[in-house]
Design a protein around this ligand. Structure first.
Ligand code: ADP
Ligand code: F6P
Length: 324
């Protein structure tokens, strides 16, 4: 028989992402509307182990939907990767009367949720990461805001690049995933897009491309480089030496993780937050919420973690076609 859920906890874990507050708000208010008590757990699994747990009411999430970051705070917690840490976390949940936890984060955070479920705490994960690198879902909370922030910054760099007839390398976030780079590359009309999943470190090809573009009359040359490839500053120096064209590097960094979430991030976060509470009330546990083919869906965490996702070949080809 499904365990009766009277109190749920909510935490954010891993890198923060714009829209996490909208998700927290949706979890808190849906749970209250369904007659549950809600506890906010601060600073991810670290806050759970430190018992940084607060009661949350509907008004505690007022005026939050438009704010970036996470009001609960987030952390990466090594102790929670240990069996002992996970056991302690589950015991703390039981001590505070927490029957289930909604975990907002990425793949790593889901692994933590999986471990809590194995210790008898019902868990549901919500995809919160700017990287879009969660295979079971076509959408992750924060991606749209991050891409728009990066796109606007690249537009500005492009103005300068055209005015000075420079080559510009702009580094966007994504250590293992090139989705932000691919989307900006297309949305900004970049001449080159370097993705961790694809890049073959053939710098000579980029140099040849810059020279032939210049001959074809292009005044700027925008290279969107993903963080996972990195080395934008030294790459700029080598390109300038090889082409004779002034080349500058701009590393956008954490500005991509902050700021007011877009409507899309607020919308998906709101629905996913509510959905997470509702499936938990149906008795589901060890699940993760996703968005696929126009629907909100959920998967077993292990099944979700086994799924693979990669850069779409056709989209990648189009990015190059449009850069002529
Ligand atoms: P993300 O959730 O964005 O992928 P991380 O991979 O840093 O971010 O994971 C966030 C946190 O989730 C970690 O700091 C750790 O506390 C917890 N976590 C990650 N992997 C595991 C694991 N295998 N077992 C238990 N907890 C984990
Ligand atoms: O997962 C989001 C992300 O911003 C990645 O794009 C980046 O590689 C990583 O987090 C950086 O993490 P940290 O906050 O630990 O520097």
């Amino acid at each position: 028989m499904a365990k009766e859920i009277k109190t749920i906890g909510v935490l954010t874990s891993g890198g923060d992402a714009p829209g996490m507050n909208a998700a927290i708000r949706a979890v808190v208010r849906t749970a209250i509307a369904r007659g549950l008590k809600v506890k906010g757990i601060k600073k991810g699994y670290q806050g759970l182990l430190n018992e940084e747990i607060i009661d949350m009411e509907a008004r505690d999430v007022s005026d939050m939907i438009q704010r970036g970051g996470t009001i609960l705070g987030t952390a990466r917690c090594l102790e929670f990767k240990t069996e002992e840490g996970q056991k302690k976390g589950a015991e703390i949940c039981k001590k505070h009367g927490i029957d289930g936890i909604v975990v907002i984060g990425g793949d790593g955070s889901y692994r933590g949720a999986q471990k809590l479920a194995q210790h008898g705490i019902n868990t549901v994960g919500i995809p919160g990461t700017i990287d879009l690198d969660i295979a079971c879902t076509e959408y992750t909370i924060g991606f749209d805001t991050a891409v728009n922030t990066a796109m606007q910054a690249i537009d500005k760099v492009k103005d300068t690049s055209s005015s000075h007839e420079r080559c510009s390398i702009i580094e966007v976030m994504g250590r293992n995933a090139g989705y932000i780079a691919l989307w900006c590359g297309i949305a900004n009309g970049a001449e080159d897009i370097l993705l961790p999943e694809k890049y073959d470190f053939n710098e000579q090809e980029i140099i040849n491309n810059i020279i032939s573009n210049r001959k074809r009359g292009k005044t700027h040359h925008i290279i969107v480089n993903a963080e996972g490839i990195g080395h934008s500053t030294s790459m700029a120096r080598r390109i300038e030496a090889a082409t004779g064209i002034e080349t500058r590097a701009t590393i956008l960094g954490y500005m991509q993780r902050g700021g007011r979430p877009t409507a899309k991030d607020r919308y998906y976060a709101s629905i996913m937050g509510a959905y997470a509470v509702d499936i938990m009330l149906e008795g589901k546990t060890n699940r993760v919420v996703g968005y696929q083919h126009g629907d909100f869906v959920d998967f077993d965490i292990e099944e979700a973690l086994q799924m693979q996702k990669g850069i779409n070949e056709y989209e990648y080809e189009v990015a190059h076609l449009l850069a002529i």
